[in-house]
Design a protein around this ligand. Structure first.
Ligand code: NAP
Length: 293
């Protein structure tokens, strides 16, 4: 794909992340207009060739594409809601973190204002922006994503998830669920082994191997969930529940926190009580798709 580095772009919000985004556009050669509530934060970008817009309207008018990266959606609306801010005909890509409802509501708001809108989530820290490791998720109309993909490539790996504007926010939190779960499971094991004077560093490679092995099960388990059929090909949930009880007993016996294993045993017990004991682990999706009891 042609990298259209001559395409002008505007960046609104020059916090830690906004400055990294604007810096990556400048590095790729895009004529870059910036605006920030506190103009002093634009200093280094201006020194590198960015144009500082005198007001937010001027930033929006400077380029067909505007990237917005603010603290939260309240800041977005405080800044862009006023009627004298002209969004008509503009494309906004909002990389501000928020939830799926805020993203969908912002899409309707932008449409009412005559703007095209994509919602996004940044899976990177500022120092990674501009490298392929910086994955930036986008959701909203595919043609709007495709039209600006050559520009977005300057920021990292631009991914389009689908037309539903809420998807980027949902993938964002789904990733967090994975991250906290893996880390908490690892800490549980580290605490258990610590009671036998095993260093965290000694356990870490073993834990990594287990996590990688379990991760390899996911595509097959996902097929069971999508089919809604959970034959016990490897082990039955009631067998898994017995090993959960063992984990709880061992944690209690050696005096480490047993809250986490008790939580997942409670979920397995509910599924077993509902008649799913002879099925395979992913049948627990039925517990996860219900509101918290
Ligand atoms: P930050 O350094 O705190 O910057 C916040 C930005 O929002 C500043 O430009 C600030 O302007 C602006 N702002 C806040 N309220 C405003 C208002 N009412 N009107 C106008 N401007 C307002 O935060 P950040 O790290 O750049 O993060 C920005 C977004 O990126 C957040 O949603 C964050 O979750 C997301 N993100 C950040 C990272 C990261 O590692 N930093 C990673 C992924 C996603 P002033 O400069 O005038 O205060």
């Amino acid at each position: 794909m042609t990298n259209k580095t001559d395409t002008p772009v505007a960046v609104i919000g020059l916090g830690l992340m906004g400055r990294a985004l604007a810096g990556a556009f400048l590095k790729a050669g895009h004529p870059t207009t910036v605006w920030n509530r506190t103009p002093a934060k634009a200093g280094q970008l201006v020194a590198r060739g960015a144009r500082l817009a005198p007001d937010v309207g001027a930033a929006l008018a400077a380029a067909p594409l505007t990237i917005v990266c603010l603290t939260d959606y309240d800041a977005l609306h405080a800044l862009l809601d006023p009627g004298d801010v002209d969004l008509n005909g503009r494309t906004l890509i909002n990389l501000t973190s928020g939830d799926s409802a805020q993203a969908r509501e912002a899409a309707r708001w932008a449409e009412r204002r005559g703007a095209r809108y994509l919602d996004g989530a940044i899976m990177a820290v500022p120092s990674g922006i501009g490298t392929a490791e910086a994955v930036i998720l986008h959701s909203g109309p595919e043609p709007d994503f495709a039209a600006h993909k050559p520009t977005l490539d300057a920021l990292g790996t631009a991914v389009h998830l689908g037309a539903d504007h809420g998807l980027a926010a949902l993938y964002d939190v789904a990733g967090l669920a994975m991250m906290w779960s893996v880390l908490n499971a690892w800490l549980q094991g580290t605490a258990l082994l610590g009671t036998a004077s095993v260093d965290a560093a000694a356990y870490a490679p073993f834990a990594q191997q287990i996590a990688t092995g379990v991760a390899a099960w996911l595509p097959g388990y996902a097929e069971q969930i999508d089919r809604g059929s959970f034959p016990a090909e490897v082990s039955a949930l009631e067998t898994d529940a017995r090993s959960m009880a063992h984990l709880i007993e061992e944690s209690e016996a050696v005096g480490v926190n047993a809250e986490l294993p008790r939580l997942f045993k409670a979920m397995a017990d509910r599924a077993i009580a509902a008649g799913h004991g002879a099925e395979q682990y992913p049948v627990l999706i039925e517990e996860f798709t219900k509101p918290t009891p």
